[in-house]
Design a protein around this ligand. Structure first.
Ligand code: RIB
Length: 317
């Protein structure tokens, strides 16, 4: 039985098109297989965490989502999808003046994507909204955050998590530089390679595992307690206060990498909330993310707990 997880972040409806290759600037290309799929980095993390934990009364770790949607049908559908897996959505508020956030996503034949987000109501999430939820954060073991909502709301969530001793896990996505005052509040940051570069003031680029360790340590010097650099099919690198180590990825045939990072963070939080050590939590997170890339879409790709346990058991056998 784990403690609860609070997710502070975005809810988007994703408009997804499959393409042979991602379009170049100024180019029109033909796509196919248009789908409308529940997404948003925050909602994806809440949805995946609930599926992995068996959320809801009488089950394992409870998951609560804090965010904002518009007063429209996308908002209703996004909330219903989260509630369907047991996420407590009473902290998802409505903004009358803005539409629910949307994302336009191209997915190419290799499963790589490009994403453009129109935040809409996500942009109205305020520090005051987070203050009203102090009671929920007070009971949380982990607080999950990303950067698709205003930085004031992220900072308020981090401050509150630190005040009550909950472990904060920040996915610094979309990539942006962050002030030291915010980084110093973060227990665990989980950048991918591009986001890690941007956090230390470098242009985004692909990096080796050795470079990722150096980047992780540089981010630690900015004040983050532990850093996990996510390297996609190369696994991840952990840089903590007293050690660094790499955890390999599971080799899978990738269909769509959308939300793999969100699933990774959700699984990491579930495992840590259940009391796992970091090595075990990272294996669990890598396994969950590996399964998610074999399926299309954001929330549609989140694995069930039994699937992750089965993959881990197969690897051990
Ligand atoms: O991380 C994937 C998510 O990024 C998508 O679901 C999209 O909504 C954007 O938030």
């Amino acid at each position: 039985m784990g403690g609860s997880i609070v997710v502070i972040g975005s809810l988007n409806m994703d408009f997804v098109l499959a393409v042979d290759r991602l379009p170049l600037p100024g180019e029109t290309i033909l796509g196919h297989g248009f789908r409308v799929i529940p997404g948003g980095k925050g909602a994806n993390q809440a949805y995946a965490a609930a599926k992995l934990a068996g959320s809801g009364p009488g089950h394992g770790t409870a998951v609560r989502m804090l965010g904002r949607v518009g007063a429209d049908s996308f908002g209703v559908a996004l909330k219903a999808n989260l509630a369907g897996v047991g996420v407590d959505i009473s902290g998802v508020l409505e903004t009358e003046s803005e539409a629910t956030g949307v994302a336009c996503i191209h997915v190419d034949a290799a499963g790589q994507n490009s994403i453009t987000v129109a935040p809409g109501a996500n942009g109205a999430l305020s520090a005051g909204d987070i203050d009203s939820e102090r009671w929920a954060i007070a009971g949380a073991r982990c607080v999950l955050l990303q950067l698709e909502v205003p930085i004031e709301a992220v900072a308020a969530g981090l401050r509150e998590a630190q005040r009550v001793g909950a472990t904060s896990i920040l996915d610094p996505a979309p990539a942006r530089a962050l002030p030291k005052e915010i980084l110093q509040l973060v227990d665990i940051a989980t950048p991918n390679e591009n986001e890690a570069c941007v956090l230390v003031g470098m242009p985004p680029s692909r990096v080796s595992a050795d470079d990722a360790t150096a980047l992780g340590n540089k981010i630690r010097e900015l004040g983050v307690r532990s850093v996990i650099v996510k390297l996609g099919d190369q696994g991840c690198v952990y840089c903590g206060p007293d050690r660094t180590f790499a955890t390999p990825a599971f080799a899978m045939r990738a269909v769509d990498s959308t939300a793999a990072g969100d699933t990774f963070n959700a699984a990491l939080a579930v495992s840590l909330a259940e009391g796992a050590e970091m090595e075990e939590a990272l294996r669990f997170a890598n396994a969950a993310a590996a399964i998610s890339v074999t399926r299309a879409g954001a929330q549609t790709s989140a694995p069930a707990r039994a699937e992750v346990d089965a993959l881990l058991a197969r690897i051990r056998a």
